[in-house]
Design a protein around this ligand. Sequence first.
Ligand code: LLP
Length: 418
Amino acid sequence: MHYFRYRKNELYAEDIPIRELVSEYDTPLYVYSYNTLTRHFKAYQDAFNGIPHIICYAMKANSNKAILRIMANLGGGADIVSGGELYRALKAGVKPRRIVFAGVGKREDEIEYALQKGILMFNVESEQELLKINEVAARMSRKAAVALRINPDIDPETHPYISTGLKKHKFGIPIEDALQHYRLASSLENIDVVGVHKHIGSQITQVRPFVEALERVLVLIDSLKKEGIEIKYLDIGGGLGIQYNDESPPHPRQLAKGLIPLLKGRDLTIIMEPGRSIAGNAGILITKVLYIKQGHERDFVIVDAGMNDLMRPTLYNAYHHIVPVKKGRRSKIFADIVGPICESGDFLARGREIPAVKQGEYLAVMSAGAYGFSMSSNYNSRPRVAEVLVKGAEHYLIRRRETYRDLTRGEEIPEFLK
Ligand code: LLP
């Protein structure tokens, strides 16, 4: 559910016509709905109300400071994967004790930064990383709280690029080797073993893989207990899918219904790391039709947003619904919706039947709130676009459009070339 709806054939973000936002901020433009974001966050909160839990929003989905502040104000934390994300989260007011740090390649300086700030825990992905964290913590005379990220070998049945919990993936520690890694961890002087972490993939549209993965991890937690290793935090990762096209992903309530019975009676705080299911359908990308080119096999609708602004279609062949901002009766065309970038892979949609749009009108690329702006780049020296947050009838610029000056910021021409 989201708050991008037509009223009298005009697309609105909450109570504001998109047309108004375009005339104020120009295109391409990311527009986010405050009430959708909070609704999605609260859906998790309500669903897991019965058990102790922390919602650590996976900020890689959308790391704008204003979005993070919304999460923090609602009591959320953050799932981070870099020093840069830690910096952003802290700037946005996320409490360090609600931050968990994942990722297979944490650098020493990032580990140090996180220890200094006192994050809740590191989600450790290998033995060498564990030893490195121990070493850095010793140097700082600290104890580092860790969870080991376990790879439960579960197929989430999602796109291969965003599936992470199988043996062939680089993520986590194979569940068969988990005990041995935990023994090592608990023997290390500057490591405090507090949790177990798993994350099996993204855009998962069924509850079953979550249940199966949890069952496997709970068996591990029981074996750990027998060895005297007490687990306080069980981090179940993120991954709940959203509706892009005709999927019907479970609501957090259904996820909770599947998981909570397994957790009853255990003294565990559950950590969740939802990203897409919070931000995905809370954002759209508005783009202008520059030209229509009639081809022999299909038409090309050339728009001012490209693969650098929204990479998902070309990278994952992902489907995003694309609709005109102003609806009306018209015939249909069969078209590719493409950007201005010099690559054949620069498309937002391919072979799509859409209303016969016209030059100069605006289109909305739906479900673009997650992994949209956060994966955008300056390729072809295109300034990154502006981001706007809408709340009811109010709108706020939360990231200004980059300028040409921003493009060369930090670059230098060496003396010998001058
Ligand atoms: N936790 C961990 C450890 C993760 O690696 C991820 C996502 C999440 C949580 C959040 O997952 P979510 O709830 O958003 O599914 N760029 C891709 C998605 C990559 C996801 C990477 N990890 C896309 O645009 O589909």
